[in-house]
Write a protein that binds this ligand. Structure first.
Ligand SMILES: *[C@@H]1O[C@H](CO)[C@@H](O)[C@H](O)[C@H]1NC(C)=O
Ligand SMILES: *[C@@H]1O[C@H](CO)[C@@H](O)[C@H](O)[C@H]1NC(C)=O
Ligand SMILES: *[C@@H]1O[C@H](CO)[C@@H](O)[C@H](O)[C@H]1NC(C)=O
Ligand SMILES: *[C@@H]1O[C@H](CO)[C@@H](O)[C@H](O)[C@H]1NC(C)=O
Ligand SMILES: *[C@@H]1O[C@H](CO)[C@@H](O)[C@H](O)[C@H]1NC(C)=O
Ligand SMILES: *[C@@H]1O[C@H](CO)[C@@H](O)[C@H](O)[C@H]1NC(C)=O
Ligand SMILES: *[C@@H]1O[C@H](CO)[C@@H](O)[C@H](O)[C@H]1NC(C)=O
Length: 296
């Protein structure tokens, strides 16, 4: 006898499993679900607003002072030729962070909307992604150093007095990122377990099976909920910090709304699964009690 009431939580669980897989693997290779990024940093206008600005580096924003020095040292070249600072520095238009790696590339056809090209027509053209390693280490300091070296601009980070607090922030993000990676793996494992545990409940209506389902579903819900909460905090905090310090040098961060949508949908589906199993347990219990009463 197939119990349709057990089919619904099993389907919710399967949906949550697919969504949490997508969360983990979005962007793991070039162009695969690129829109489901955690955070995209738009560096296409980096330093542009500092060109020709004669204001001295008296700002209390260390990044802004630093870029004043960079742009001042290359402003002659920028002014004679057509070109932009990002191109001159060898920096890509955008960098997008995913759980397993980060990707970079250019906006096509142009980073800025103009009369003929509207906002909707601007797309990301991914040039490449970092090597996919579990727990890759995102190190913007090294990336910037390499870009400066390759661009041939005669500046090193030592000359620029790279601020300590930026490096500390980067280290903090790295720890959180490893935590999030591990939490998604645990969540996927537990949701898979919850799906397996649901199979016996489809045919038999034992109280024990229902209790087991409630327990496993509760653990899976807690794991995916925690992963979603931490990743949301990282995205919100990270984009706020980048926008705060980056605004003066023309860098902005875009939050990954689509990623948040799928991770919280997975969490919602696991909550629904949990509630349905709880309901099943109570109803099943009452049904059995009624039938015992009739016979006894
Ligand atoms: C900077 O000034 C030069 C002339 O002084 C001008 O040709 C150039 O367009 C200016 N660049 C920007 C970005 O305003
Ligand atoms: C808008 O940008 C595109 C791509 O760079 C360029 O071909 C076009 O001429 C621009 N249009 C205007 C009006 O500037
Ligand atoms: C995307 O970038 C590649 C090189 O990385 C280039 O060959 C291709 O033409 C670009 N696509 C568009 C639409 O510009
Ligand atoms: C990625 O891995 C390849 C070899 O597998 C290596 O040659 C390359 O340098 C690596 N790239 C980065 C950015 O670590
Ligand atoms: C940059 O170039 C200098 C020498 O030109 C070299 O000593 C340094 O290791 C390079 N840094 C990176 C990150 O490649
Ligand atoms: C910018 O350059 C000036 C002198 O050229 C130096 O005094 C200042 O410390 C530099 N600022 C930063 C943040 O590197
Ligand atoms: C990138 O940032 C610049 C300014 O920071 C903005 O004007 C532009 O619209 C952004 N481009 C995209 C594709 O979001």
């Amino acid at each position: 006898m197939m119990r349709p009431s057990a089919l619904i939580p099993a389907l919710c669980c399967a949906g949550a499993l697919v969504l949490s897989f997508l969360c983990l693997f979005a962007g793991h290779k070039e162009g695969f679900m690129e829109d489901y990024h955690l955070l995209t940093v738009n560096t296409s206008r980096i330093g542009q607003n500092l060109l020709n600005s004669s204001t001295s580096s008296e700002s209390d924003n260390p990044i802004s002072n630093l870029f004043h020095n960079i742009t001042n040292s290359i402003s002659d070249e920028i002014n004679d030729a057509v070109g932009d600072v990002a191109e001159r520095l060898g920096v890509d238009d955008f960098y997008s962070a995913h759980i397993l790696d980060y990707c970079y590339g250019d906006y096509v056809p142009t980073p800025l909307a103009n009369v003929t090209v509207s906002d909707d027509e601007i797309h990301k053209n991914v040039t490449g992604c970092s090597n996919r390693t579990a727990m890759y280490h995102f190190d913007p300091t090294e990336a910037l150093e390499r870009s400066l070296n390759e661009s041939g601009v005669d500046i090193t980070l030592d000359d620029l007095d790279w601020p300590e607090e930026i490096q500390r922030g980067i280290d903090g993000v790295r720890i959180l990122q490893e935590t999030v990676f591990v939490l998604y793996c645990i969540s996927i494992g537990l949701i898979f377990l919850a799906l397996i545990a649901a199979l016996p409940a489809l045919i038999a209506s034992g109280r024990l099976a229902a209790c087991l389902n409630v327990m496993v579903a509760a653990l899976a819900f807690i794991a995916i909920g925690l992963a979603s909460a931490i990743v949301t905090a990282v995205i919100v905090k990270g984009s706020n910090v980048i926008n705060k310090y980056g605004k003066e040098i023309g860098v902005e961060a875009h939050r990954g709304g689509k990623f948040l949508a799928i991770t919280w949908s997975a969490t919602g589906l696991m909550l629904l699964t949990l509630l349905l199993w709880c309901f099943e347990t109570c109803i099943g219990h009452r049904r059995r009690q009624r039938s015992f009463g009739k016979h006894g």
